[in-house]
Design a binder for this molecule. Structure first.
Ligand SMILES: N[C@@H](CCC[C@H](N)C(=O)O)C(=O)O
Length: 276
């Protein structure tokens, strides 16, 4: 099996292309190959597959073997892979995802290689039951949640996959390894949740650290960055266009008023290729 190791701002993936469908053992493979001690090491295993509705189809398994509906950093990596490897010569492509439909992608090509990618991440889902949470409200803003005697407040956003955004005094130094895993599996979240800890620095800049469902602490989360800006607009903290600064680098996020779509712009990188 040939694979390519890629990352979007340090959120890293084993990318596999050439299969006609998701292998039956994809969950076990993801767990084995993503292991950083006994495998290749990655946050997720990504398959680039043929699509009947779009130019390409993407499926993503988290490092614990669970499948995610969508992944912002992976969709940028897939976009770079297909162009740089000659699977398409188009600079505007479509990619089908499991939970967020078909997404439009714009490539910025420099010297024949994709340098950055702008993705139409679609409309955020704000209905609490649809995110899903157990909270029957639309939207779910500043909702109290208690873990081990500590109270947090979250805003719930689905970008195809579920997120809860929590504002803290200092996201960069926040103890996400203690609180992230407890919030991920809290009973308020029936399909578990990705948790973003956010500090707003100005109307157009936030710090964010993430604990990802099925992958733990990662250096970046594209859908989490989108959820952060949507949440920050709903809470009145930022404008609709803002930079989200993650441990692995920055993403530019725009929540467009006219079409209610969220647009994410950022880089993608290839690290190496290998054969198993
Ligand atoms: N890192 C991703 C999100 C990957 C999936 C997530 N862990 C989930 O289970 O929903 C991103 O860049 O969006």
């Amino acid at each position: 099996m040939n694979f390519t190791k890629m990352h979007g701002l340090g959120n890293d993936f084993i990318v596999v292309e050439g299969e006609s469908k998701l292998p039956a053992n994809a969950a076990e493979l993801a767990e084995q190959l993503c292991n950083r001690f006994f495998g290749i090491g990655a946050d997720g295993l990504v398959y680039i597959l043929p699509s009947e509705k779009a130019d390409f189809r993407m499926r993503i398994m988290n490092s614990d073997g669970s499948e995610a509906e969508q992944c912002g950093n992976a969709i940028r990596c897939v976009s770079k892979y297909v162009y740089d490897n000659g699977l398409t010569d188009k600079e505007n492509i479509t990619i089908e995802t499991l939970g967020a439909g078909v997404q439009q992608v714009q490539l910025k090509v420099v010297d024949g290689k994709v340098e950055s990618v702008r993705v139409d991440m679609g409309q955020p889902i704000l209905n609490g039951l649809q995110v899903p949470t157990t909270v029957d409200a639309n939207p779910v803003i500043n909702h109290s949640i208690e873990v081990d005697g500590r109270e947090f407040h979250f805003t719930a956003v689905s970008m195809g996959n579920p997120h809860c955004v929590i504002y803290v005094d200092d996201a960069v130094n926040f103890d996400l390894n203690t609180w992230g895993p407890k919030l991920e599996v809290h009973p308020l979240f029936p399909r578990k949740i990705n948790v973003e800890f956010v500090t707003v620095r100005s109307r157009d800049f936030t710090d964010m650290r993430v604990w990802e469902r099925g992958a733990g602490p990662t250096l970046a989360c594209g859908t989490g960055a989108c959820a952060t800006v949507v949440s920050s607009v709903l809470n009145g903290f930022t404008d609709r266009t803002a930079t989200v600064s993650l441990k692995g680098g920055d993403l530019l996020i725009e929540w467009n008023e006219a079409d209610n779509h969220v647009y994410m712009t950022g880089p993608a990188s290839e690290v190496y290729r290998g054969t198993l």
